[in-house]
Design a protein around this ligand. Sequence first.
Ligand code: NAP
Ligand code: F7E
Length: 339
Amino acid sequence: MRTALITGITGQDGSHLAEFLLDRGYRVVGMTRRRSGGALDRIAAIREQIELVEGDLLDQTALTRTLERVQPEEIYNLAGLSFVPASWQQPVATGEFTALGVTRLLDAMRLVCPTARFYQASSSEMFGKVRESPQRETTPFYPRSPYAAAKAYAHYITVNYRESYGLYACSGILFNHEGPRRGLDFVTRKITHTAARIKLGLEDELRLGNLQAKRDWGYAGDYVRAMWLMLQQPQADDFVIGTGEAHSVAEFVEAVFAYLDLDWRRYVIIDPQLVRPAEVDLLVADASKARRILGWEPEVSFLELIHLMVDADLALVRNQLRTPRAEHRSARRRAVGVA
Ligand code: NAP
Ligand code: F7E
């Protein structure tokens, strides 16, 4: 039985990846940070099948001890602050976790389990103010937020540890990927969740920032397969993962409201406070290297993703309406745990 350690297991990707690896017979260990109360909604359905260890990307000793205890063959580093606007509010913390945290983890791996395989959750945000379109592995980076700058550092330190110490360390440059487990702050989920509430008469407006920004949106379940494939190759390498299709936020809104048979113009309000200090206007992937070497293809289309998310949010909100307040939490847990 192979052992995988996942940092950020309580997040969207961590929960999908844990399920994917359990299906393949892995022993799955998740590293979580210390909290006063549990927020394990996304992994509630698999809680009995996984192990959790406490650890922190800020603490070198804790990371070393975690690796000594777990002895993983595969390490997936998904933990970090992932909401871009929050990185302007917490630029130093972003650098500590998202940038230096990766060095700490790689260094612990180098000393404790140098033959393990390492996956770093890099991001298309590193391309920022894009130098070419579509973006591929060789496209230069132009980060536009503290988040993106920290991810660029993390990307290069991963490449550097591979080249300096011969570690099997890969950087997956993933474009936006979504689904019913996406946090409510991210634009796709904000739209599908608020639109579901509007449809059910619970809300009458949706406040958004820049509707013109374009993203390459895929389904998170497809993207965790790519992470795993990267760690099964004869040689470690870096890969761009995305669908190759760009859509604007406005197109996403229109498709969601059309699916719900609503006119989006009646509900959407542009709120200048939601516009970012520096925007990334267009991201679109050239994932041909991943197709060629990993045999990876996305399976869920743009419209299928939207329908999947809207259906899940309608079910979630209906459930909340039916469930007495004290039970909302467990209803939500069931909803995010099955989608
Ligand atoms: P997510 O749902 O926000 O999950 C982030 C995970 O990181 C959670 O488990 C969270 O733990 C943990 N975390 C957050 N802040 C932390 C901190 N300061 N210290 C330790 N752990 C912390 O994000 P996701 O969508 O699954 O993304 C996973 C990774 O891929 C992230 O590194 C993200 O930046 C990167 N990425 C995501 C996308 C995307 O489109 N989803 C694209 C490219 C790259 P708690 O539950 O304790 O908060
Ligand atoms: O914004 C625009 C916003 O927050 C997408 C993270 O997973 O993907 C994600 O980062 C676009 C931006 O994701 C609102 O200005 C308009 O142009 O959903 P988002 P993101 O910033 O692209 C990358 C690949 C990651 O690595 C990140 O971890 O939508 N937008 N109005 C809005 N965005 C939000 N959040 N809220 C709005 O009201």
